[in-house]
Ligand binder design. Structure first.
Ligand code: NDP
Length: 300
């Protein structure tokens, strides 16, 4: 058996097309141009590529984009001052601070300052609380993208066994909340989980969000399961030339594709969905800030 490849790139492109239409309407009918500010501190090459493509796609859908690339040695006070300024800026409707931040900066202090009206990645304690108790509010971009791909692939998720590997605030925990909302039976595994392979083997849905290249192998996967690989890992690729690298996920794609029913590739799976959902969330916050009803067809 060979799994269906879930084409996140194509799905995200389609979603961005719908976002462009909403942005055009917001501009034409209400004079509102949604604006997204992305803040990155330090020079992690992976994050920089990611932030550059966020900025490019923000402009491509017709939105206003601001990118703040601060040096590694930036102080916490400087980042706090920038976030305070963006909170007050009427041209900005979404603020994303790229994590992780360098060690001299307390991420929690920065996150706590982001205005909940502009919290497009569901970082703040208030947004996380709303997500947990099911109140309307922003939904974390990567888990939202995963959910959209799952709905597209499986339709109704009710009653399915979902195993999420990874319990970060950014991915694993909000993913668990979203799948609970979908009436899945949810297990969250992590580095202390015993017999991880057996836990994963129970799953109809596997979400891998670990950051360990090829950790989850085909023989861990229940035949026919749907596998969503969030991991982005850069590994050496000597076949491409000396010093070259390539991206791989947390799932060993070559073995998993022969067992799973459907699987996301890396790259081209979850990554493009994360960015598209960030843009969709910014359209939502821009609408709400201006007292308008946000579009319903952009989020799952
Ligand atoms: P974190 O490092 O914050 O969390 C990793 C999680 O994996 C932790 O909960 C950790 O457990 C768990 N873990 C680590 N090693 C193992 C192991 N051997 N077995 C089981 N669990 C383990 O990472 P993130 O959640 O931020 O990101 C995860 C991956 O997803 C990364 O590769 C990242 O680059 C990628 N990513 C991709 C995005 C996209 O758009 N595609 C967006 C965001 C992230 P413990 O809590 O016990 O330490």
């Amino acid at each position: 058996m060979t799994a269906t490849i879930i084409d996140g790139k194509a799905f995200a492109e389609n979603l961005r097309g719908r976002i462009s239409s909403h942005v055009a309407r917001l501009k034409a009918e209400h004079g509102v141009t949604p604006g997204l500010a992305v803040v990155i501190v330090g020079s992690d090459p992976g994050s920089q590529v990611y932030v550059a493509s966020k900025a490019r796609l923000t402009v491509e859908v017709g939105m206003h984009s601001e990118k703040y690339e601060l040096p590694e040695a930036t102080s916490e006070a400087e980042v706090l001052a920038l976030v305070a300024r963006l909170n007050a800026d009427p041209a900005i409707h979404g603020i994303l601070v790229q994590l992780p931040l360098p060690p001299q900066i307390d991420s929690n202090a920065i996150i706590a300052l982001i205005s909940s009206d502009k919290d497009v990645d569901c970082f703040t304690p208030a947004s996380v609380g709303k997500l947990t108790i099911g109140l309307p509010g922003p939904v974390s971009c990567t888990p939202l993208g995963c959910l959209m791909l799952l709905r597209e692939t499986l339709g109704d998720l009710s009653g399915l066994e979902a195993v999420i590997v990874g319990r970060s605030n950014l991915v694993g925990k909000p993913m668990a909340q979203l799948l609970l909302r979908e009436n899945c039976t949810v297990t969250v595994a992590h580095s202390r989980t015993r017999n991880l392979a057996e836990v994963v083997r129970r799953a109809d849905i596997v979400i891998a969000a670990v950051g360990r290249p090829n950790l989850i192998r085909g023989d861990w996967i229940k035949p026919g399961a749907t596998v969503i690989d969030v991991g982005i890992n850069r590994v050496p690729a000597p076949e491409r030339g000396e010093g070259k690298t390539r991206l791989v996920g947390d799932v060993d794609f070559a073995s998993a594709v022969t067992v799973a029913g459907a699987i996301t590739p890396v790259p081209g799976g979850v990554g493009p969905m994360t960015i598209a959902c960030l843009l969709a969330n910014t359209v939502t916050t821009a609408s709400l800030i201006h007292g308008l009803v946000p579009p319903r067809d952009l989020t799952a």
